[in-house]
Write a protein that binds this ligand. Structure first.
Ligand code: GRF
Length: 197
């Protein structure tokens, strides 16, 4: 059997996607294992989730660094200690510097709560995404797992999971439906990728 791929998860918030990934990776036949959870937010909910799954967690607060480059270099040093094959961004609210992306070129995944290339790019995060989907009168939305390149939400798509937009949907209802799709899509995308490497 080929060795399981080593995965570092980067998250800034509650970490429900991180949890979905850690849960999937608990299965002994899953082709990847979680080796690190990293957060830029002290006290972020994802840290407790990492502890619950027995995954090592590390935190560096971005505000303690003079600029993005210095912070990203410090994050790279932390990651190097865990020797990850892939990074999974899961609600990681930092734009990555080009140097960071180059260090893991083709090995960084992200999940976005819409069907890219629509409703992506700078400013398209959280409730803004679902507001825009509803305002545009879309009939469907969903989750997109994609590779990260040096742009914002612009890298190659790995997999999409669609959900309907329902009559009278609110941002909250749509967001909850998309989040459920995210929890299916992210582990599935990781499995497909790691199996085919
Ligand atoms: C998700 O909607 C994800 O698509 C976006 O940030 C949110 C993170 O939620 N990038 P959680 O922390 O995984 O619950």
């Amino acid at each position: 059997m080929t060795p399981r791929k080593r995965i570092a998860i980067l998250a800034s918030g509650g970490g429900s996607n991180a949890e979905a990934l850690m849960k999937a990776m608990q299965a002994p036949d899953f082709p990847a294992e979680a080796v690190l959870v990293f957060s830029n937010v002290p006290g972020a909910g994802v840290l407790q989730k990492a502890a619950a799954y027995g995954v090592t967690a590390k935190v560096l607060h971005h505000k303690a660094y003079p600029d993005r480059e210095a912070f990203d270099q410090a994050v790279l040093a932390v990651l190097a200690g865990a020797r990850p094959d892939y990074l999974c961004l899961a609600g990681y609210l930092r734009i990555l510097t080009p140097g960071f992306v180059r260090a893991y070129a083709g090995r960084i995944l992200n999940i976005h709560p819409a069907l890219l290339p629509k409703f992506g790019g700078p400013g398209m995060h959280g409730h803004h995404v679902h507001e825009a989907v509803l305002a545009a009168g879309e009939r469907e939305s969903g989750a997109t797992v994609h590779f990260v390149d040096e742009g914002v939400d612009s890298g190659p798509i790995v997999l999409q999971q669609r959900v309907p937009v329902l009559e009278g949907d609110t941002v909250e209802h749509l967001a909850a439906r998309v989040l459920e799709a995210e929890h299916l899509a992210y582990p599935r995308a990781l499995e497909v990728l790691c199996k085919n490497l």
